[in-house]
Design a protein around this ligand. Structure first.
Ligand code: FES
Ligand SMILES: [Fe+2]
Length: 450
């Protein structure tokens, strides 16, 4: 049987596990040998076509990059001692069990959190999303009913069926798969009971405030059940659809939500974690191999907004340069990262081809598992190969952070020097998103099996 073995550079090599080449490889080899002997010109044409197709695939197709929990940031455990995949998984599992978590902040802050992207929810479709300690039924009305998105509690108030598991959208309602009761998306009220003449007033599905903005569906979470105190604002080019999405990545990260946006205030890590070239990849063990030839140089500052009504926002201003021999500028970008609430960041990047926007959302799937999604948008002048290069760079840099987050201990009293002061400012700013009833991370959450 063929299996996949990782290479030093992070690539994948098909090889035979028991010394016998698989049938497909055998046939391919025979075909290539015959073609080489009889029609070398046809073989050359085939290889050129293949190269063009591969180049097209990687240059002109928007990147879709999905990394599951355990896939990134555990290379040091997976590769160093052999023993096959199951032994590597076991080492990762034991490492996660043994991890100390520290005195964590409450599990889920208050604010808007991304549940799905607009393109993932078609007209008349319902999806089950488990996040923030809740189970949501996210659905889009049928086109004739208007196509608005609603979020209801997944469990039916009649007998508790999960309405997102087999339920159907009927007009602007969600119909439970168990006995066919229908609930309106707008207010959660029961609209019909198929076998009863009377619709009970008391039957109401839990309704969650939601917004579809910038092609993302957000839900409002508040531990005290308060109504939204601010709104995720529309970015006209993205929300209106003038700009195309030029790439998207999804990561599952093993840490508390507060750790991820803290990166923006932790300016000192930039010239350590993100200095080495992208060729060093996302594994921190290999970072630094490019030092001396060229490197990324970062200058950054972080500040919470003092403007009335914008207290839930903060801005990181960043100058990024790629320098050759520490002298010659190869390229430079100015970035403004707006942190909007506890789990949403909008990065504005000024490039020589025009403005690019990256939307980052962080949603707690569990107290110590975060789903992080990045989407890149740009005008038609930001050509796809350039967007792919930028997005790939951003993704590799992010993987380096994931390796830190997956293993770190949260210190509520870190040993900071004065140059780290923005971290304290950030933590004070972030604390506004917790309230009295915010759920705490209990000892049972230390069981981090998956
Ligand atoms: S459980 Fe939903 S209709 Fe009965
Ligand atoms: Fe970082």
């Amino acid at each position: 049987m063929a299996n996949a073995t990782t290479l030093e550079g992070g690539g994948w090599l098909l090889c035979s596990g028991d010394g016998v080449p698989p049938l497909a490889l055998h046939v391919a080899r025979a075909w290539v040998s015959r073609l080489l002997a009889t029609r070398p010109d046809a073989l050359l044409a085939f290889l050129v076509l293949l190269a063009v197709l591969i180049a097209w695939r990687y240059l002109f197709t928007p990147i879709e990059w999905n990394r599951s929990l355990g896939e990134v940031g555990f290379g040091h455990l997976k590769e160093e001692r052999g023993g096959g995949r199951s032994a590597a998984r076991e080492r990762v599992r034991l490492c996660r069990r043994a991890r100390l978590l520290g005195s964590l902040p409450p599990a889920f802050p208050n604010g808007w959190f991304a549940l799905v992207d607009s393109h993932e929810l078609l007209f008349g479709q319902v999806k089950h999303v488990s996040a923030l300690g809740e189970n949501f039924a996210v659905f889009r009305e049928e086109e004739a009913a208007g196509g608005r998105v609603h979020v209801l509690g997944a469990y039916c108030p009649h007998l508790g069926a999960n309405m997102a598991a087999g339920g159907r959208v009927r007009g602007d309602c969600l119909e439970c798969p168990f006995h066919g009761w229908r609930f309106r998306g707008a207010d959660g009220k029961c609209a019909a009971v198929p076998y009863s003449a009377k619709v009970p007033d008391f039957a109401r599905a839990q309704r969650w405030s939601s917004r579809e903005v910038n092609r993302v569906v957000f839900v409002w979470y508040h531990a005290e059940g308060e109504e939204p105190s601010w709104e995720p604002e529309a970015i006209p080019e993205v929300d209106g659809g003038q700009w195309l999405r030029k790439g998207r990545s999804t990561f599952h990260v093993n840490c508390h939500i507060q750790e991820i946006p803290e990166n923006g205030a932790d300016v000192a890590h930039l010239n350590v974690v993100h200095e080495p070239l992208l060729t060093s990849g996302g594994d921190l063990r290999r970072s630094g191999t490019s030092k001396g030839i060229a490197k990324h140089v970062w200058e950054a500052s972080w500040a919470a907004s003092r403007e009335e009504g914008l207290e839930h926002t903060a801005t990181m201003s960043l100058r990024h340069e790629l320098r050759f021999l520490n002298k010659f500028l190869i390229m430079g970008n100015d970035v403004k990262a707006h942190q909007i609430g506890p789990g949403y960041v909008v990065l504005n990047i000024q490039t020589f081809l025009g403005r690019v926007i990256i939307l980052q959302t962080v949603t707690p799937v569990e107290p110590m598992i975060q789903k992080v999604v990045h989407r890149i948008y740009g005008s038609k002048y930001v050509i796809q190969p350039f967007a792919n290069f930028m997005f790939l760079g951003e993704t590799i840099m992010f993987e380096r952070d994931v390796m830190v987050w997956n293993h770190k201990l949260y210190l509520d009293k870190p040993a900071l020097v004065s140059e780290d002061r923005a971290i304290n400012h950030y933590r004070r700013w972030y604390s506004q998103f917790y309230s009295e009833n915010s759920p705490r991370v209990s000892m049972k959450d230390r069981s981090l099996e998956w």
